[in-house]
Ligand binder design. Structure first.
Ligand SMILES: [Fe+2]
Ligand SMILES: [Fe+2]
Length: 193
């Protein structure tokens, strides 16, 4: 089983190829919205599920094992929100319309910037500091999650407050820290999914 950082890289490569396919279609004035949807539907779904999978499986472990995990995680959750917002903007507009392309490009720009940072920061940190056995067992969990969720349906696909996310995970890692950060039980429950 490949380790989780490899699976995340594979998804990133897949995203880049799908956006490249959209370039071909954008250049064709006769492109049928059905052709655009054939590329966009699985891309939009996987962008969302990939971010959720990282938030459930990767970032909690990075916060435990990484060297500089707080800043990396705060950045990543903020970026995931921007990607989600771009996807949601596209989804509010008819496929192929200007509003749809605006949303697609907004998701693409946010995602491109994010992937580069994630690859050079969180993923590199985790490879250097987390044991290979853990990376492989998380790889298995990540793969299972992606396989059982082809779409974000039924998952929490909302934007997350980066600070609350980090504090909630840190309180789980070290419950004593909850009392020093002023984190209440309500915050924990709200993000326990
Ligand atoms: Fe990613
Ligand atoms: Fe990410």
């Amino acid at each position: 089983m490949p380790d989780i950082t490899t699976l995340i890289l594979d998804d990133h490569a897949w995203f880049r190829r799908r956006f490249a396919e959209l370039d071909e279609l954008q250049a064709r004035p006769d492109a049928d919205p059905r052709e655009l949807s054939r590329v966009w539907r699985p891309l939009a779904d996987r962008l969302d599920v990939h971010a959720i999978a990282e938030e459930k499986i990767f970032y909690p472990q990075l916060l435990k094992q990484g060297e500089n995990p707080q800043d990396e995680t705060l950045d990543a959750i903020g970026d995931h929100n921007e990607i989600r917002d771009g996807v949601a903007e596209a989804e509010r507009n008819p496929v192929g319309s200007q509003g749809w392309w605006d949303g697609v490009w907004s998701a693409r720009r946010a995602n491109d910037e994010h992937m580069a940072e994630e690859e050079n920061e969180g993923l590199a940190d985790f490879r250097q500091h987390a044991p290979s056995g853990l990376r492989e067992s998380l790889g298995r969990q990540f793969q299972e999650f992606m396989d059982t969720h082809p779409t974000p349906e039924g998952l929490d696909n909302t934007d997350k407050d980066p600070e609350v996310y980090v504090r909630t995970i840190e309180a789980r890692i070290d419950p004593a820290s909850a009392s020093t950060t002023g984190l209440g039980i309500g915050d924990l429950k709200g993000h326990d999914q």
